[in-house]
Design a protein around this ligand. Structure first.
Ligand SMILES: Cc1cc2nc3c(=O)[nH]c(=O)nc-3n(C[C@H](O)[C@H](O)[C@H](O)COP(=O)(O)OP(=O)(O)OC[C@H]3O[C@@H](n4cnc5c(N)ncnc54)[C@H](O)[C@@H]3O)c2cc1C
Length: 458
């Protein structure tokens, strides 16, 4: 079967780069979720244009071979990991910016471009592409669309979905469809764009995106506040939300993470503090001063033990890099498993308490950091590298984390996606009726079930 499928691809798309060597295929087996079971793809296609993707999908339908769309493979839910015998379509070579349209403040791009490269290209035109996952230097726009990626400035500019005006997609039968366009306002019919963004390649494959740009904001002002308890830091987060301030960044790190980051980057952080908040403003001049003063006042009222402001742009940049490196800093200490729970912002203190209780219950070290301003936390379990019980404890503890988040009206995933990792818990959060509706949508758009099967829905 696989031979006939691959022969048909070679016949119809002789120019296509197709990796069939077992070693090449092996490197497409996993994304960043090393602990999940995966499969070896029968081949990896590296298309350069939409026409090739459409033909691949048609052939996959004909031969009933599942397809895994893949960006840069930095995902944290198993969405791009290999399925045994499936075709992985990697978008690495579809990485061209098609147009930067200054008049309409949009960029039209292929999906394989790395987020940081897109940011750099539009910045050269004085423009700003907002979505900024901590992984922005290594992840692709296609993956960001697949997961509806978040990041450090969602609190002000929203998740990836908020920056998408339209898509070109290949549907499961090979039809090439355009959803949306350059219109800022457009309510004609169902919003297929919004349905497809975040669907992890299970409903359609993105081959082009029309993304919203903004004028480049002023350089950021950056403030760090340290707290003696996690709860006090949580109170400050809720206080900032209440106060009507709209910082561009509101990030949290707990003591374990502060120590790990400071050990790696020597930033001179207060390692005695139980938690640290990073607050940033990208307002102009006096407005930024006002916003920083407001944030300082809220943090002090919540009991901050120390509040410091970066003295210049370079210092601010170091601090931001420190926060972005939180996961890698924890990874240096052992086997790290990052989670992605979210709660309504005002319930952050309760979620932080729940995380501490779960760490104690399972006798596991948990470093918590994340986008506190969005209520989105990344409790990261860190095990000794040779701990034979690590995966069993991880399974039990993350189940507890999901249940705690749901009990607080929250979510099992704020930005990493359900993928394979969290699909067993989706019904617990959404309920059986919502799962039924999701299945109906999936069946309607992909009746043969060839688009990334087993991801999001079991
Ligand atoms: C250190 C680190 C920090 C991170 N920080 C953040 C963060 O702050 N915020 C955040 O949201 N995530 C974060 N992530 C997770 C990850 O980087 C994001 O989920 C990112 O969006 C994945 O992009 P990718 O190109 O690597 O996609 P992949 O992992 O290759 O794919 C992700 C999903 O998108 C689908 N997909 C890929 N391309 C397409 C396409 N063309 N059409 C349809 N579906 C497609 C895949 O099938 C898969 O389901 C982090 C990861 C790491 C390792």
């Amino acid at each position: 079967m696989a031979e006939a499928f691959l022969a048909a691809i070679a016949n119809r798309l002789p120019e296509l780069r197709l990796l069939t060597d077992p070693l090449d295929r092996e490197s497409y087996r996993r994304d960043e979720t090393a602990y999940l079971a995966t499969g070896l793809p029968c081949a990896v296609a590296l298309p350069t244009e939409t026409r090739q993707v459409a033909e691949l999908v048609r052939l996959a339908g004909e031969f009933r071979v599942p397809i895994v769309p893949r960006g840069a493979g930095t995902g944290l839910s198993g969405g791009a990991s290999g399925i045994e015998g499936a075709l992985t379509i990697a978008f690495t070579a579809m990485n061209r910016i098609i147009e930067i349209d200054r008049d309409n403040l949009v960029v039209v791009t292929q999906p394989g471009i790395i987020n940081a490269d897109l940011k750099k290209a539009v910045a050269a035109e004085g423009l700003f592409y907002a979505p900024d996952p901590a992984s922005f230097e290594i992840c692709s726009i296609g993956g960001n669309l697949g997961t509806n990626a978040g990041g450090l400035c969602c609190i002000k500019y929203g998740q990836t979905r908020e920056s998408v005006l339209g898509l070109e997609v290949v549907m499961a039968d090979g039809t090439v469809l355009r959803t949306g366009g350059k219109n800022v306002k457009d309510v004609a019919g169902y919003s297929l764009t919004h349905l497809i963004v975040g669907s992890q390649g299970t409903l359609a494959i993105v081959t082009e995106a029309i993304l919203r740009l903004r004028p480049t904001p002023p350089p950021r002002s950056t403030l760090l506040a340290f707290f003696a308890t996690l709860e006090a830091a949580g109170e400050a987060v809720a206080g900032i939300a209440r106060s009507g301030l709209s910082p561009v960044t509101l990030e949290l790190m707990d003591r374990f993470t502060i120590e790990a980051v400071d050990e790696m980057h020597e930033l001179g952080l207060d390692r005695e503090a139980a938690a640290m908040l990073m607050v940033e403003s990208d307002l102009p001049g006096a407005a930024a001063v006002g916003e920083m003063d407001g944030a300082r006042a809220v943090c002090e009222a919540a009991g901050a033990t120390q509040v410091v402001q970066a003295t210049d742009a370079q210092e601010a940049d170091w601090l931001r890099q420190g926060r972005r490196a939180a996961f890698h800093a924890l990874e240096r200490l052992g086997t790290a498993r990052m989670e992605d729970v979210g709660v309504p912002r005002a319930r952050i203190p309760e979620m932080l308490t729940a995380i501490e209780e779960i760490a104690a219950k399972h006798a596991v070290r948990i470093g918590t950091f994340g986008h506190a301003g969005d209520g989105n936390l990344h409790p990261t379990l860190v095990f000794e590298r040779d701990d034979p019980n690590a995966e069993a404890i991880n399974e039990a503890a993350r189940g507890d984390l999901y249940r705690a988040a749901i009990a607080l009206g929250g979510t099992i995933t704020g930005e990493h996606g359900v993928g394979v990792a969290r699909r067993d818990y989706l019904e617990l959060q959404r309920g059986a009726d919502a799962i039924r509706v999701m299945r109906q949508i999936k069946t309607a758009l992909d009746p043969l079930g060839i688009l990334n099967p087993g991801r999001v829905l079991k």
